[in-house]
Write a protein that binds this ligand. Sequence first.
Ligand code: NAP
Length: 306
Amino acid sequence: MSVRNIIIIGSGPAGYTAAIYTARANLNPLLFEGYLSGGQLMNTTEVENFPGYPKGITGPEMMMQFKEQAARFNTEFLAQNCDAVDFTKRPFKIMAAQKEYLAKAVIIATGATAQYLGLPSEQRLIGKGVSGCATCDGAFFKGEKVAVIGGGDSAIEEALFLTRFASEVVLIHRRDALRASKIMQDRVLNHAKIKVYWNTVVTECMGDTRLEKLKLKNTKTNQEQQEPFGGMFLGIGHTPTTEIFKGHLELDHKGYIVTKGKTTHTSVAGVFACGDVQDSVYRQAVTAAGSGCAAAIDAERWLEGQ
Ligand code: NAP
C-alpha cells in the first residue's frame, strides 16, 4: 500500500489552507473532506470579516474558492469521514469507509460543532424551532419572538443577527453578568428589540410539532414560568470534533487537541492540529486559515528532518 506524505483531515478554512500550502510544497496531500465538506462556514450567510473580500462573500462560496485553490496545486480529495486512526507507529494509519490509508504526517483540522443544552424536549424540536445556528435559520423566524441562550460573544452575535428578522429577541442567560466583550455587551443591552432575562435557564422546550413555548426557571427564586417563543437559538459554545482522537492524542479538559507552544505540533511527533479543533478562543475563519498555514509549514519542516 502506498504511503502518502501528508493526509489532512477536515475541510474548513484550516484544512483547505493546509492543503494549499502542502500541495504547493509538492507534498501531494490527500484531504478527507468528510461527508459534508466546508465545515461550519457552510452554515453561515455573509462573511464580512475575511480580509480580501471587501464586499463580503457567503460562507459556502468562500469554501468553494478555498477548495478550488487547493485543487489547483494537486490536492486529492475524498468526500469521506475518517472512522479511526492509529498513531502508535509510523507510517500513521487512518481508516475511512472500511479502507486503510497510510501517511508519513497527518494534519488534523476537524473543527468544532455547536453545543446544545441536552434536554430531551430540545433534541426532539431541533429543526422545528430549535436551532444551533442563527445565521443558517434566522430568516425562517420573520416576525416571531425568539430566544437566544448564552452570555458569550456567540450568543450576542446571534441575538443581534436575529433582530433583522424576529419581532423580539430575548437573551436568556444563566448568570447575572455577560461573558461577552464589552462592545458586544453594549450593543445588546442598548438594542430596542432585545431583552435580557438574567439568572434564567430553560428547563423544557414545549410544543408538539414545533416549538411553541419555553419553560423557564429563575435560578435565584426557583420560580418557573412558561412563555411563548417561536424559536430558540443556542449560543452556549462549541464541542471540538475529536471523538476519534481520544486516547491517541493529548486533549484538554474540554476535548480540544493540545498543541505545543506557538506551534501546531500535537503530543505525537508527525501529527499536527490546526483551526477550531485546537482553538476555543479565537474561532474565526481567518485565524483557522492562519493556523492551517502554520500546520503545513510545521509538517513540511518535520518531514524534511526525517
Ligand atoms: P463562551 O465564551 O464560552 O460563552 C458561552 C456562554 O454560554 C457563556 O455565557 C456560558 O455561561 C453559557 N453556557 C454554557 N453552557 C451553558 C449551559 N449548559 N446552559 C446555559 N448557558 C450555558 O462561548 P462563545 O460565545 O461561543 O465564544 C467562544 C470564543 O469565541 C470566545 O473567546 C469569544 O470571544 C469568541 N467569539 C468571538 C466573536 C467575535 O469577536 N465576533 C464571536 C463569537 C465568538 P457562563 O457565562 O455562565 O459560563
